[in-house]
Design a protein around this ligand. Structure first.
Ligand code: FAD
Ligand code: MEZ
Length: 567
């Protein structure tokens, strides 16, 4: 046998499919049910695995992970995890993971034919993308009474949102008050504008900051725990919210939003790529053309469309077009962050802003294929070079920290912390699990392991601890030094910058309505999240994206539902 279908062939097509016409929907709901009925649920399969491996069946992905995300019927199977990691899994009937960018208009003749055939179905609001912006929009549109279809091109939901780590920025919140943190929405506005080099759209920044505390309350009411509050680069106050104990914010928020959307009966379809937004020729959207991975092209007629397709950091050709310095760089993003939503929106007339601003995250682990959260630095870690010396204010903005790392020998550095930092942030356990953390019982042991001069590293840590005690970083003016690095064991992760966030995108107004190329609003088209531009200016502050997607996602969903009702 060459693939799973051949392997199961003797059992007949109906061992996998409900009818001899093949898959009934693009989620492969029936087919996945068949896998589970024979092999058990993901949890059950994971229980049977050897200890000590990073389990392929116990993942950080959200929702109910479909077996067919990796195990394919009629083609080669692929390990979805290979999009970021390399665990060396052996999967039956394996092909190599690869993802080529296919333009949205690649198959124009077949697309035109599907459009000519007319709509297969009708809904009030179509949401493109199942990341945080899309799911927040789905929840708020359902709460406003709209019938909603969410279309997601990947086999797993959650986009980049499920990977978000360090936190969600918000000012004047209840968790801040409980911790005695004094913050002001105006300070969040000022920090965001300064971090974005003052080219952000100030009206959008006001919406971001002024609604941020409401967005924390909204998530909390849906069941989220946003009670831990830490510091991110460029912030003058602790305002980055995450679950108690410091778990990753994104997987939690995405799961809460997914559960809320499912509980509200949003119709969520995976493996469903939107390749065109349809409009009536007079500036109003009429629906979308979908490319179902298993059911082919079809049209959904809709009164309103929310574009929530995320950024394009994983598409290095596109990144390099805007910033040649980033050519060949790795990316922190999920494989679907290719920018085709941007193409779909611009082909339907949307204007764009700030596309040339692409951000590198300073601390990506090339060994693990994962971004190491800024919260590790926020909670006290320092950056040292191969000589064992600090070289930058660790909690400066990302553009500055990335440039400083690239200026070091080997174009990488070590994120260095002690056991007290590890204990302060449970997200670090994930990095230990991925085996990317070097450990030493003493500073000397760690330095020897890294091939670093031990005396120099001991001196660096001693000097830094002195700054913590005096409250003044005399070397790099780091403002926030939450703890001394004095509790063994000591840890280090090698880090280098990787493409992380695309600041520019579709132009929107404060109601998340999309602005067209002639400056006129496109009626019925809304956009939210990383696909949009203007909120973050030239450089996004850590923690502001989750805030952006929840706030503008909620606004987009509510406004789209209202538009659908009124038109
Ligand atoms: P996404 O969550 O990326 O969702 C977009 C979805 O649209 C994807 O699932 C994609 O597959 C789908 N899609 C795209 N095109 C189409 C199409 N044509 N048809 C159908 N579906 C389509 N920000 C913070 O504020 N705090 C953090 O701690 C933080 N940590 C991060 C850590 C990592 C590793 C990464 C990568 C990012 C992090 N960010 C963080 C940034 C933040 O996670 C993202 O900017 C944000 O989640 C984007 O949300 P979104 O909903 O706009 O897009
Ligand atoms: O906002 C981000 O991208 C962020 C906080 C990432 C991280 O380092 O955790």
């Amino acid at each position: 046998a060459d693939n799973l279908a051949d392997f199961h062939g003797d059992n007949g097509c109906d061992s996998c499919h409900q009818s001899d016409k093949g898959p009934s929907n693009d989620n492969l709901t029936f087919e996945n049910g068949q896998c589970v009925s024979c092999h058990g649920s993901l949890t059950e399969v994971a229980e049977g695995e050897r200890e000590g491996i990073v389990s392929p069946h116990k993942s950080h992905l959200i929702g109910d992970i479909a077996c067919t995300s990796c195990h394919k019927g009629h083609e080669k199977s692929v390990t979805y995890c290979d999009a970021c990691h390399n665990f060396g899994y052996e999967i039956p009937f394996a092909g190599k993971w690869e993802r080529k960018f296919v333009p949205v208009d690649a198959d124009k003749a077949a697309q035109d034919k599907a459009i000519a055939a007319g709509p297969r179905e009708t809904t009030d609001v179509v949401i493109i993308g199942s990341g945080g912006a899309g799911l927040a929009a789905a929840v708020s549109a359902r709460d406003a009474g709209a019938k909603v279809v969410v279309l997601e091109k990947e086999p797993v939901p959650g986009g980049n949102t499920k990977l978000a780590a360090g936190g969600m920025n918000a000012a004047e919140t209840k968790p801040q008050a409980k911790l005695g943190i004094v913050d002001k929405k105006q300070i969040m506005i000022d920090d965001t504008m300064k971090g974005g080099r003052n080219i952000n759209n100030p009206e959008l920044v006001q919406v971001l900051a002024n609604n941020s505390s409401d967005s924390i309350d909204w998530l909390t009411a849906l069941g989220a725990d946003m009670n831990d509050v830490g510091r991110m680069g460029g912030a003058s106050v602790n305002r980055s919210h995450r679950p108690t104990g410091g778990a990753g914010v994104g997987a939690h928020v995405a799961q809460v939003l997914w559960d809320a959307a499912v509980a509200r009966d949003a119709d969520i379809r995976l493996n469903s790529r939107v390749v065109r937004i349809l409009e009536d020729g007079a500036g109003q959207v009429t629906g979308v053309l979908v490319q179902g991975a298993y059911t082919g092209y079809y049209v959904i007629k809709a009164d309103a469309v929310v574009v929530a397709t995320g950024g394009f950091a994983k598409n290095n050709d596109r990144v390099a077009k805007y910033d040649a310095k980033l050519k060949g760089f790795k990316a922190t993003n999920h494989p679907g962050a290719t920018g085709d939503g941007l193409d779909v929106a611009t082909q339907a007339g949307a204007d764009t802003v700030d596309l040339e601003y692409v951000q590198a995250h300073p601390t990506y682990s090339p060994v693990g294929g994962v971004m190491v959260t800024e919260a590790v630095r926020g909670n006290g870690a320092i950056l040292v070079n191969r000589e064992g010396k600090r070289f930058v204010n660790e909690i400066t903005t990302r553009d500055k920290a990335s440039a400083a790392i690239l200026a070091q020998k080997g174009e990488s550095a070590y994120l260095l912390f002690d056991d007290s930092v590890r204990k302060s942030l449970s997200k670090i356990e994930g990095y230990v699990h991925l085996k990317i953390v070097n450990e030493g019982k003493s500073v000397k042991e760690l330095a020897d392991k890294l091939g670093m001069p031990a005396a120099e590293l001991e001196k660096t840590i001693g000097t830094y601890n002195g700054f913590v005690k005096s409250g003044k970083d005399e070397q790099f003016e780091r403002a926030d030094m939450p703890r001394e690095l004095a509790s063994a064991p000591y840890y280090a992760i090698e880090v280098a910058p990787a493409v992380h966030h695309t600041m520019g995108g579709v132009k929107i107004d404060t109601k998340a309505e999309v602005v067209g190329k002639e400056g006129k609003l496109i009626r019925g088209m809304y956009a939210a999240g990383e696909v949009t531009g203007g909120v973050h200016g030239a450089n996004r502050l850590g923690g502001n994206a989750i805030s952006d997607i929840v706030t503008f996602g909620r606004i987009a969903g509510a406004e789209a539902a209202k538009f659908a009702k009124d038109n």
